[in-house]
Ligand binder design. Structure first.
Ligand code: NAD
Length: 357
């Protein structure tokens, strides 16, 4: 099969880590007989310098014409003084909106080989964990009516949360579909003991759960979920939740893995096209020094193959190659922990993954 992939390398370590993921995808294509056609478009600070704006029209059109998008990272000190609309980070919101991406998939996986990196006690993480957080991305309190008014105690500010059945259903379906490709367990996180939106959320999720009899479903209150994530993270497979709860819980989940250079993410909409990116930023402190860990971007590419192209065997193959590189003790500087020896650079780590493939 032939797939067109838009590459948004961006700033800082963006170009290095995207090049690594492209090398891994090319090798995977060769191995499985596919053809991936890559086209680069400017975004972020690079686009400001070369096109005068962070998200040029051609970039949006190129992404819309592609089968999927791989993003490195944007931003850096050079552009920090620019105002609102001209900031590199503004391009991220713009491209997500232009592509209609309302589902955010964020895996938080602790590899047994890297358990020293987790801030959790070793007996809690001895078997690792593998959680997929499915966060609603374009609704809820971040997008509700807001403002200032006179209240009981004088001036007050307010934000409101609204969710429609349609919005809950479509994110719910994304979660159940993701669970069907994993260990078939969904925990839906809400605050149904207090919030009306959560009661509608729960009712809608229950109706969906009936359509997926193979999936083991449960409701968890958000305060309990925050506690359970640090008490026993491996109890979770897929977590589905609203925009704000997902914002908070996905940061908690990524932190307990302890290694920012390892975590991938996907943003999806109605069609097959998605945008895939590491969760970390452009790391200006190590940019251009061949020190970046490319694994988060390589795993983002694996997510693209699985979720946008339905190429599960190919995605498994990349993930297994990464597993085996880590099991064999190869480390970049950010995941050295107490390991001995010199860390690998970005290029060498990429070569190790290619060899393992
Ligand atoms: P950051 O994630 O770029 O870096 C935080 C720390 O983690 C740094 O010490 C960095 O060296 C390290 N790090 C990050 N990724 C790494 C990797 N792959 N390998 C090894 N080490 C890695 O966060 P920051 O320093 O707060 O932000 C830097 C810039 O990135 C800012 O301009 C910020 O706005 C931008 N940013 C962009 C995105 C994005 O493009 N999606 C996300 C977050 C931050």
């Amino acid at each position: 099969m032939k797939y067109n992939i838009a590459l948004l390398k961006g700033d800082g370590i963006g170009p290095e880590i995207v090049d690594s993921a492209v090398a891994v995808m090319k090798k995977t294509a060769e191995k499985f007989g596919h053809s991936f056609v890559f086209t680069e478009y400017p975004i972020g600070g690079y686009a400001i310098d070369n096109c005068g704006e962070p998200l040029p029209k051609d970039t949006v059109e190129g992404c819309l014409a592609s089968d999927s998008v791989l993003l490195g990272a944007v931003g850096g000190p050079k552009w920090d003084e620019l105002s609102g609309d001209m900031r590199p980070e503004k391009a991220l919101l713009g491209i997500r909106a232009a592509l209609g991406l309302y589902t955010n998939l964020r895996p938080a996986k602790l590899y047994p080989a890297l358990k020293d990196a987790s801030p959790l006690r070793s007996d809690i993480v001895s078997q690792g964990f593998d959680i997929m957080i499915v966060r609603e991305l374009t609704g809820g309190i971040y997008f509700g009516e807001r403002g200032y008014r006179q209240g009981k105690y004088g001036e007050e500010a307010f934000d409101t949360e609204a969710y429609s059945v349609m919005e809950i259903e479509r994110i719910g379906r994304a979660a159940f579909d993701a669970a069907m490709k994993r260990s078939k367990r969904v925990a839906s996180i809400d605050k149904a003991n207090v919030l009306e939106t959560s009661r509608l959320w729960r009712k809608t999720m229950h109706a969906l759960a009936a359509e997926y009899p193979e999936v083991e479903y449960r409701d968890v209150l958000v305060d309990n979920a925050a506690m359970q994530l640090v008490r026993d993270p491996k109890q979770f497979d897929v977590i589905v939740t609203s925009n704000m709860f997902g914002d908070i819980l996905s940061d908690e989940a990524s932190q307990i893995t302890g290694s920012i250079g390892m975590l991938a993410s996907a943003s999806l909409g109605d069609g097959k096209r998605g945008m895939y990116e590491p969760i970390h930023g452009s790391a200006p402190d190590i940019a251009g020094q061949d020190k970046a860990n490319p694994i988060a971007t390589i795993l983002s590419a694996a997510m693209m193959l699985r979720y946008s192209f339905g190429l599960s065997a190919e995605a498994d193959c990349i993930e297994k190659a990464v597993d085996s590189v880590l099991e064999n003790g190869w480390r970049t500087a950010d995941i050295m922990g107490s390991a001995e020896g010199d860390p690998l650079g970005c290029t060498q780590m990429t070569e190790k993954v290619l060899e393992a493939l």
